[in-house]
Design a protein around this ligand. Structure first.
Ligand SMILES: Cc1cc2nc3c(=O)[nH]c(=O)nc-3n(C[C@H](O)[C@H](O)[C@H](O)COP(=O)(O)OP(=O)(O)OC[C@H]3O[C@@H](n4cnc5c(N)ncnc54)[C@H](O)[C@@H]3O)c2cc1C
Length: 400
């Protein structure tokens, strides 16, 4: 009997799937699974480097269950002493701008960001890295910050950092723009689910898809966000934990520009515990406030209930009314429940499968991955094509 495996073997397809001795982009077919911010930008970068790329997603770019869904994400470069992320953000800012021009689409709103802390201890490690990356920043005393942004009450703040280049990105729209560009530039997109068959043994027969077909390639890249642990129970398992995050949108007074992006930056408030962050303007959806959940419960990204929790709404309101007194009594105009896909240490995962080096796993955005999208894609595409070494910080072996 001729099985699919013996047919593939005699036709040479299995050999191609398992042996990537030369990784030159030209002539290589790479399948990327996941059209969120990590997979979309990686697929586009591989394509622009000359590979033949197929992008597969079960539900589409930035859909309502994806970690890349929703309207907006903060982009800021302050990352304490973590140089790799500062450099990634600096490069991402360039690439977001370049691609905005290329697509004639506005996705990046550079309204700045304001990091609030109880004291200046954060400055010691963060400031030299930001300056080294050529980013424009200002350290502010609470009274300077309060004068510049009188709509913010600076109680409890001992030090503030203003990042001029920072701001926010449109999230779902950016993922959609990446897919549109990917298709226009010659990539193939298939909206199908990959079945969890043979993933931990290197896909000897290719990917099994939800329409009953299968897909062979030279390399396979899995950028499946919060679904990675289920798809790779041995290699990832609980090393990536999807956890519940709630986002709240409050209505600002009619005609009042103080809480829009023309008069206010994004904010990251570490002067309170737990910390909160937020985005003004926010594509007209309302004044966005999130955070306040250091021990967020594990969440099922496919079937989890996405209704807001009254206690967390109340905590966000208490925070908002303390920090933005003019918003006292502001109506809650929307909520969103999303999930972080947190790695054990908060750092990304970018590595080859330990048993199959033609299988790559990308994820662990851990609540801070979105902003890096284009720089992440560019860097990872170079690694997949063998042009650049992998980053030890993102390796799977760090969990051994
Ligand atoms: C509420 C919230 C706020 C955040 N705020 C910020 C912020 O301000 N700044 C910032 O930089 N980052 C932020 N992040 C983090 C950032 O958004 C995520 O780290 C990032 O979007 C993760 O992208 P991803 O591509 O890894 O995952 P996803 O966007 O989840 O994409 C994974 C894709 O894989 C697909 N997939 C999964 N399984 C399969 C399968 N079997 N077959 C086919 N397709 C499959 C899914 O459909 C999905 O589209 C935030 C995240 C959340 C949830």
């Amino acid at each position: 009997m001729i099985t699919r495996r013996s047919f593939l073997k005699s036709s040479g397809a299995l050999v191609a799937a398992g042996s990537v001795s030369t990784r030159a982009a030209q002539g290589q077919h790479i399948v990327v699974v996941g059209a969120g911010v990590f997979g979309g930008w990686t697929a586009l970068s591989l394509l622009r480097k000359g590979a033949r790329v197929t992008l597969v997603d079960a539900w589409g770019p930035g859909h309502a269950r994806a970690s890349s869904g929703g309207e907006t994400r903060v982009i800021r470069a302050s990352y304490g002493d973590q140089k790799i992320y500062v450099e990634l953000v600096a490069r991402a800012l360039e690439l977001w701008r370049d691609n905005e021009k290329r697509w004639n689409k506005k996705l990046l709103f550079q309204c700045g960001s304001l990091r609030l802390r109880k004291d200046a201890s954060y400055a010691k490690s963060a400031v030299p890295l930001l300056e080294g990356a050529g980013l424009k920043i200002e350290e502010l005393t609470p009274s300077e910050a309060g004068k510049r942004f009188p709509q913010i009450n600076m109680d409890g703040v001992g030090w503030a950092l203003y990042e001029h280049d920072a701001g926010y990105l449109l999230a779902r729209r950016a993922c959609q723009a990446v897919l549109e560009s990917f298709i226009a530039e010659g990539g193939t997109y298939r909206q199908l689910a990959v079945k969890p068959i043979d993933l931990e043994v290197g896909l000897p027969e290719g990917l099994f898809l939800s329409d009953g077909t299968y897909q062979l390639a030279d390399q396979y890249v899995f950028a499946c966000g919060p679904w990675l642990g289920k798809l790779f129970p041995e290699t990832i398992g609980e090393r990536i934990r999807p956890n519940r995050q709630e986002v709240f949108f409050f209505g600002t007074p009619a005609g009042d520009a103080r809480f829009g992006e023309t008069e206010m930056p994004c904010f990251l408030d570490g002067a309170v515990s737990p910390s909160f962050y937020g985005i003004p303007g926010n594509e007209w959806r309302g004044f966005k406030i999130a955070g306040g959940t250091p021990n967020a419960p594990t969440f099922d990204p496919t079937n989890g209930d996405r209704s807001a929790t009254p206690d967390l709404v109340a905590a966000a309101r208490r925070y908002m009314e303390m920090r933005f007194p003019a918003l006292k009594g502001a109506p809650l105009v929307g909520t969103k429940v999303c999930q972080y896909e947190s790695s054990l240490d908060g750092d990304f995962i970018v590595d080859q499968h330990p048993k199959a080096d033609h299988v790559w796993i990308l994820g662990g955005g851990s609540g801070h991955g979105f902003k890096h999208g284009p720089a992440f894609g560019e860097r990872v595409a170079s690694q997949i094509l063998g042009e650049r070494n992998k980053d030890a910080l993102f390796s799977l072996s760090r969990f051994a």
